[in-house]
Design a protein around this ligand. Structure first.
Ligand code: DHB
Ligand code: FE
Length: 251
């Protein structure tokens, strides 16, 4: 076992023991807790529950290493090999949605434009589903990869996502509700960048004033300095200006 794993696991064990002592956890309560974890595994909800409570903490740790745009949750719905696009993300004609243009400039932390960067963009349908994951939405819709131009800019047309409810009927949803929380994430757009020599940034952008922006159930939007984009329209079309600043890769 690596030193790193030993160090982290030893600390987790000590933290759990300290909580058990502080709260005077009984044998009966201990057994109930273990049964809960066992059932969580059987139901396949370990990743969901872990993401809700701990993913944003790991993201914040990484944000202490890199400058530039803040990283945010990747979430469970990133798919590699999404289609290359130039100016439009494919959407479904029979799902009515508000048109939206996602555009912006990619620069380095020194302020230089970054041409030929790959931006992988994905977001929900206007009725809150993810393509290739949820029924009825083909994988090549609502996601795509665009390459920045010579000025480091990009612009793609799509439709506006809505707040997303994480699975609420299972054990994770129940736990959130039992602890006085809800199961909603604010509407968001995911972006992952790839450019040689630069840190691979995985982040999200949110809609200022949108529902749940102040209390995301996954704490993604609680990270300091995430992209919360002010409402803007041009010729009646919603514009999301998402500028990103990339730090150099740490070698
Ligand atoms: C979850 C879903 C998302 O769309 C996201 O961005 C983050 C988390 C989830 O279901 O846990
Ligand atoms: Fe998401």
């Amino acid at each position: 076992m690596s030193e790193r794993v030993k160090e982290v696991v030893d600390t987790i064990i000590s933290s759990i023991r300290a909580t058990m002592i502080e709260k005077q956890v009984t044998v009966k309560e201990y057994r109930a807790g273990i049964l809960y974890l066992h059932e969580l595994g059987l139901k396949g909800e370990i990743p969901l529950l872990s993401d809700v409570y701990f993913n944003s903490t790991a993201v914040e740790n990484e944000n202490r290493i890199y400058k530039g745009t803040r990283s945010d949750l990747e979430g469970p719905y990133y798919l590699a090999d999404s289609p290359f696009i130039t100016d439009e993300i494919k959407t479904l004609d029979d799902v009515e949605g508000e048109a939206m243009i996602i555009r912006g400039a990619i620069t380095s932390v020194d302020g230089e434009p970054i041409a030929n960067a790959e931006l992988d963009i994905w977001h929900s349908t206007p009725d809150g589903r993810y393509s290739g994951i949820h029924d009825g939405v083909p994988q090549d819709c609502y996601r795509g990869r665009v390459i920045t131009n010579d000025e480091g800019r990009y612009s793609v047309k799509s439709t506006t996502p809505i707040p997303y409810e994480i699975p609420s009927q299972g054990m994770t949803g129940q736990l959130l509700q039992m602890l006085g929380n809800h199961t909603w994430r604010p509407a968001h757009i995911h972006i992952k960048t790839k450019k040689k020599g630069f840190h691979e940034l995985t982040t999200q952008a949110y809609f200022e004033g949108g529902d749940w922006t102040e209390n995301d159930c996954c704490s993604g939007v609680c990270n300091s300095g995430v992209n919360i984009i002010a409402e803007k329209h041009e010729d009646g079309v919603r514009i999301m200006d998402i500028d990103l600043v990339l730090d150099k890769e740490v070698i």
